[in-house]
Design a protein around this ligand. Structure first.
Ligand SMILES: Cc1cc2nc3c(=O)[nH]c(=O)nc-3n(C[C@H](O)[C@H](O)[C@H](O)COP(=O)(O)O)c2cc1C
Length: 216
């Protein structure tokens, strides 16, 4: 696939079909991600892939906890400060407003997507050691982005979401992830449900001149 097409198609998918992704394809995608750069080639990341009944069980347990009002307890919230400066806060508010407008106020479609973990048939949990410098969070982001672009190139949609990692203790019940690892991000992989209108929402980006400065 042409790079421009991959970039164009790499969009949040909030509803997947039930169709499974083959392990061969997931391996090929992760092999591409494994080529990502990292500080001094430290490669601090680990990826744990859940599929089949494991995903169904994790999804059911997450749903129960969310519906009973259990607060998220993401690993990254304890290893780094969660504070937002004005500029990203404004962008997040814009996203919320435009999405609300697109869904004609039916934000429950969005909430439902989070609760069902987007119905993704494959969940990839990305970790770094809890004992990590900020560089490793940067590196994990690079790994995740290569993974998502490769997924698109393989005809698979990818959904990065902190909603997928909000109860790390539940994930650890199924995946062999040590307490010394922070479960930083979850990526759902699968086939986009083309009938789901929530998948038609298009996010906007800031004007390039607001984020890039050329100094001569
Ligand atoms: C680190 C990260 C966490 C995210 N968490 C969620 C999430 O929990 N739920 C969700 O619906 N979208 C989540 N997203 C998707 C973003 O909302 C989405 O990427 C952004 O709005 C831009 O839209 P686009 O990817 O369709 O271009 C997350 C994205 C990233 C990179």
């Amino acid at each position: 696939m042409e790079f421009e097409e991959v970039l164009e198609k790499e969009r949040a998918v909030r509803k997947f079909t039930d169709q499974r992704v083959s392990e061969k394809t997931v391996r090929a995608i992760l092999a591409d991600a494994q080529r990502s750069p990292s500080l001094l080639n430290s490669q601090p990341w680990r990826a744990y892939v859940a599929s089949g009944d494991v995903v169904k069980e994790i999804r059911a347990k997450f749903k129960k906890l969310t519906e009973s009002g259990e607060q998220p307890r993401e690993d990254f919230a304890s290893v780094m400060k969660v504070e937002w400066d004005t500029y990203p806060s404004q962008n997040m508010a814009t996203m919320s407003d435009t999405l609300n407008y697109f869904l004609r106020g039916e934000m429950k479609q969005f909430d439902e997507a989070q609760i069902t973990l987007f119905n993704a048939p494959t969940l990839v949990f990305l970790t770094i050691p809890k004992k990590s410098p900020a560089w490793s969070i940067f590196d994990l982001g690079a790994f995740a982005q290569t993974l998502m672009l490769s997924a698109v190139d393989h005809g698979i949609s990818a959904m990065p979401a902190h909603a997928i990692v909000r109860y790390p203790d539940i994930i650890r019940q199924y995946m062999p992830i040590g307490e010394d690892e922070a479960i930083g991000m979850g990526i759902g992989l699968g086939y986009k449900d083309k009938r789901a209108s929530i998948n038609d929402y298009r996010s906007v980006r800031e004007n390039l001149d607001r984020v890039v400065k050329f100094i001569k």
